[in-house]
Ligand binder design. Sequence first.
Ligand code: SPV
Ligand code: MG
Length: 656
Amino acid sequence: MGVLTSEHPKCMTEISHRNTILSRQLRQCVEYGIEEVVMTTGYYDKVLIDYCNFLHLPLKITFVNNPLYDKTNYIYSIYCAKDHLKDGDIILMHGDLVFENLVFEAVVDSPDSCMTVSSTLPLPEKDFKAVIKDGRIEKVGIEFFENAMAAQPLYKIKKEDWLIWLSNIERFCENDNRKCYAENALNEVSGQCAIKPLDVKDMLCAEIDTPEDLEVVSAKLRTVNDRTVYMCFSTEYIHSGHIAIIKRAKRLGRLTIGVLSDQAVASFRRFPLMPFEERKALMASIAGVERVVEQSTLSYAENVRALKPDYVVHGDDWVNGFQRPIRQEVLDVLAEYGGQLVEYPYSSDPRYKEIDKMHRAELAMPDLRRGRLRKLLDMKGLVTAIEAHSGITGLIAEKTTVLQDGKTYQFDAMWISSLCDSTAKGKPDIELVDMTSRFRTIDDIMEVTTKPIIFDGDTGGLTEHFIYTVRSLERMGVSMVIIEDKTGLKKNSLFGTEVEQTQDSIENFCAKIAAGKKAQKTHDFMICARIESLILERGMEDALTRAFAFVGAGADAVMIHSRKKDPAEIFEFVAKFREKDSVTPIVVVPTSFNTVTEDEFKARGVNVVIYANQLTRTGFPAMQNAARTILEHHRAKECDDMCMSIKDIITLIPEE
Ligand code: SPV
Ligand code: MG
């Protein structure tokens, strides 16, 4: 190295603007949790010690001088230090070695003894090569070319292997064999040690022997230091598991964090308690996070294509489960430009589950749940709800997730239908099931879910009773009650004019709405007026007149209902209503006009789509079928294929 080492040992050669070979190695040790270092010294021993002290690193460094450094090789330095090296596994490295973090991480994390080799580099003429046999290192030296790979003296040696190697080092040195490599002592006992080759391929792991090496390695180091890393988070709280993975990610390069948009979080997990801007600020405040960007879908593709990070980092929890296609897409996009996916073991610390549970519990609390429907309407423009009439149907509404085209779909809310609640109790949908029983259903559902609830309030009953119903629902955390403008013995709307049904007067119904609005205590709670004019064939004009009157009386939303298959009258109502009122949410229940997609409803100005009875209508026929099958066969075997496994049922139920 000539002039570069005229005043200090080679390991103190600068390799970047902030590091020498040694300071980089020591900082890497600190970064990877190593606490004790034994450093053998030779010439410029004091310069080296002063330098290490000057670095002020949280390391206990034991310096061991080899007094014969100019007459011996490093086998003798190890011999001098032997008494400090017998306590446990060791990492062994030469002082002129430069390696990137990913290499060091693989060495430190290796469960076995290992030595770094490269299957892609050409065999060096004069440097170390390792002969590999049966997946183990058999010999290390500069003279081996057959069955060999380029090798670097960066090892992790498990204590049991090290003690074998070290005792042969001792034997060599005590027999005055001090000028060879420590590896000569290894080669004699390698059969008793299990040192595996750790293939680092093209990653940076190189010795600096000449000024040319220095130039090449420094240049490679600049590209290593310039690498970029991308991760994405949806979390609203940071626990030590997040910090650990962020720490690992930033060792790989300059870290950009994607924060999932509120809409994306709501679509795949649950409504975020902490809005996007807050979550973004939280991430930006973490040391080492260079940039925070929005990721607006669960799919990484857009951001990865735009940022082209060298690495995407993720926990290995997405290898299976619903995120699997997202992972595959990341791999495909990375392959487009040669990026790499790095996965770390997912931490399933019970404490994190506890935090998550607390978070869920918070979301389920009445005050937080109630206001979430309004927030979702603001956030998404169109909200979907599916019927639930029991705890288990609530869980289906809460948890069912579909992944399509890199997006996840879930229902936003639950509809507690009078039809389905009554049917589940074997009763007709004529306001026969009393409020106490209906509240019981709400409570059962609320106990196991977090999504907002829209309650089918039938006619709302007498105005004098309705105000109490509003307060009870509000207190329970229901987000919206829908009451229909009928009076007397209400029957299900899908009977239309086949049964006698009486529409309430506009005045009466407006008074009921106004009384309900006056009774509620919070701003969050919504009262929706349901217009039955089309069901009862009273015409579009009547429907619109009523809609505007009800909004005037304080309704927070209107629901227009129809039992026609053709959506034309619904579309006409929506268009005409929107001509005069662009803000009041419109609710539809497309049981009959079921060909219309959510996107089309949204484009026309609808805000809430309720799938009002599909779980009931699919569940009961399946049960009837099972019952019939058992009766026919006088045993349950034939019914088995129709049944969900007990295991699947159990996984649907959250554990407390
Ligand atoms: C319900 O689900 O109970 C409803 C909607 O009120 S409908 O059955 O279409 O009238
Ligand atoms: Mg109903």
